[in-house]
Design a protein around this ligand. Structure first.
Ligand code: HEM
Length: 485
């Protein structure tokens, strides 16, 4: 049978013909995840392409992806040794480091730090939620200011600052005003990070592009300098923390990580540099993803006013006008969660995970994949599989509600945006709380309208995250501004 043949001969996996030098790089197009899904129709859910000098296995569809990431979690837990990955956080990042014993320890530290500051007990839970509420109410005021006299504005950057403030407050115990120019400028640059790290970026697979001027080289140069700038910012904050460190008082995540990596007598190989690496992993991962989610949510609210009206009616019925919504309201606001899940499914705004690599030979769907192979995981293909979802190209939050109007957990579990297995996102819980609270508070306080002469497009730019193209909206206050009690 086929797989025995493939195993015995260790044959090349199925896949399109690869051209000399460039391989299939020129065929990826503007939206590689859609190209990958199209190729899966022709070659099956597990196939191989060649990008420059790198062979890449592309996994599509729920079955193949879960078989790889869950059943063969260790074999798929690696990261490729891309130059761009080594550029991040002075090479001391957990996210971009290959699988090893030391990496496992590093990930555990990052994971328990997140837990300690978001969900460890009812006190930290409350403090974390209050932080988000404060940020969301400030965002409402800024949106209203930018909408004065019916003006239209682009919400992208204010969303990035708001998301950055939540994670900076956790890491450094400090938030920044929306008008702090240097902070805004740095965030604007970090916004471009995903262009290079996203699957299908060419700098890592065509090293010769570094030797003459071309757009890929410029993007990589820019990537190196933005990493230096961002890492410099994190280093200076961590250094300030080291100077004032008191083992008796853990002020924030930086202190906690200093306590575990810098100060502890550990034989796990983690050094001081890994402290900064961990902090910048957490800040970097928490910036772009959460703000992109909110960016899509606002676009979809303005695009589908009838859904917005339905949400307004629900939130007024459950919360009323005298207080702000809170996490406790969540179970009564299933339609809000349905809207969030549908945004994640429909936009699949992290369409392909950060590239993986195999840590040993492995067989998926009967096909042999050798060790050290680069692997792209096409999350978009799961979220748009017509066999799994009715009319996958239609935005319809109610698909996630059962006949009683409750959230259908079986269906929400089918959405893949945080990946799975050993590399699954470690910020998924805090991200969900953040998105829910920002969304609920914005919705409770404002209605959003699109510019009448602008047709809101769902087109986006590709990278690690899919970002909507620039759009403008206006925010209108609904009744009186509700203050935090
Ligand atoms: C990794 C999604 C928010 C921390 C990832 C990955 C995805 C993802 C797809 C790559 C998994 C893989 O390579 O297979 C998201 C989405 C978010 C979000 C959709 C928001 C809606 C956050 C937040 C944090 C965070 C708020 C932390 C503050 C991380 C870290 C990794 C990661 C540290 C690297 C894990 C590793 O390599 O082992 N995330 N993420 N994420 N995420 Fe998130």
């Amino acid at each position: 049978c086929l797989w025995v043949r493939n195993l015995r001969l260790k044959r090349r996996l199925p896949g399109p013909y690869a051209w000399p030098v460039v391989g299939n790089a020129m065929q990826l197009g503007q939206m590689p995840h859609i190209t990958f899904a199209k190729l899966a129709k022709k070659y099956g859910n597990v196939y191989q392409i060649r990008l420059g000098c790198s062979d890449v296995v592309v996994l599509n569809g729920d079955k193949a992806i879960r078989q790889a990431l869950v059943q063969h979690s260790t074999e798929f837990a690696g990261r490729p040794n891309f130059v761009s990955f080594q550029t991040v956080s002075g090479g001391k990042s957990m996210t971009f480091t290959n699988y090893s014993k030391q990496w496992k320890m590093h990930r555990k530290i990052a994971q328990s730090t997140i837990r300690a500051f978001s969900s460890a007990n009812s006190q930290t839970k409350k403090a974390f939620e209050q932080q988000i509420v404060a940020e969301a109410t400030e965002l409402v005021e800024i949106f209203l200011k930018l909408s004065a006299q019916g003006q239209y504005f682009n919400p992208a950057h204010e969303l990035t600052v708001a998301a950055a403030n939540v994670i900076c407050a956790l890491c450094f115990g400090k938030r920044y005003g929306h008008d702090e120019v240097e902070f805004r400028a740095m965030l604007q640059r970090v916004d471009e990070f995903g262009q290079t790290i996203g699957a299908g970026s060419l700098v890592d697979v065509m090293p010769w592009l570094q030797s003459f001027p071309n757009p890929v080289r410029s993007v990589f140069k820019n990537f190196k300098s933005l990493n230096k700038e961002f890492f410099g910012f994190v280093q200076s904050k961590v250094e300030e923390h080291r100077k004032t460190f008191d083992p008796e008082v853990t002020r924030d995540m930086s202190d906690a990580i200093i306590g575990v990596i810098d100060k502890a007598d550990n034989d796990n190989g983690l050094t001081k540099g890994h402290t900064e690496g961990t902090v910048s992993d957490l800040i970097g991962a928490g910036l772009d993803t959460v703000s992109t989610a909110l960016h899509w949510i606002i676009l979809l609210l303005a695009k589908y006013p009838e859904l917005q009206t339905k949400l307004h009616m629900l939130i007024d019925k459950v919360v009323g006008r005298n207080r702000l919504p809170s996490v406790e309201d969540r179970s009564c606001l299933a339609y809000l969660d349905a809207f969030i899940y549908e945004t994640m499914r429909f936009t699949s705004f992290v369409p392909v995970t950060i590239p993986h690599s195999t840590t040993s030979d492995v067989i998926i769907e009967g096909l042999h994949i050798p060790k050290d192979m680069v692997v792209f995981i096409n999350q978009w293909s799961i979220n748009h599989d017509p066999l799994k979802w009715k009319d996958p190209h239609i935005f319809d939050p109610s698909r996630f509600l059962d006949e009683n109007g409750s959230l259908d957990k079986d269906l929400t579990n089918n959405v893949m945006i945080f990946s799975a297995g050993k590399r699954r996102c470690i910020g998924d819980q805090i991200a969900k709380v953040e998105i829910f609270l920002f969304f609920a508070i914005l919705l409770h306080q404002c209605s959003f309208e699109k510019c009448p002469d602008e047709d809101l497009s769902l087109n986006c730019s590709y990278g690690l995250t899919l970002k909507p193209l620039d759009y403008k909206i206006t925010a209108k206050l609904r009744g009186e501004l509700t203050k935090v009690q």
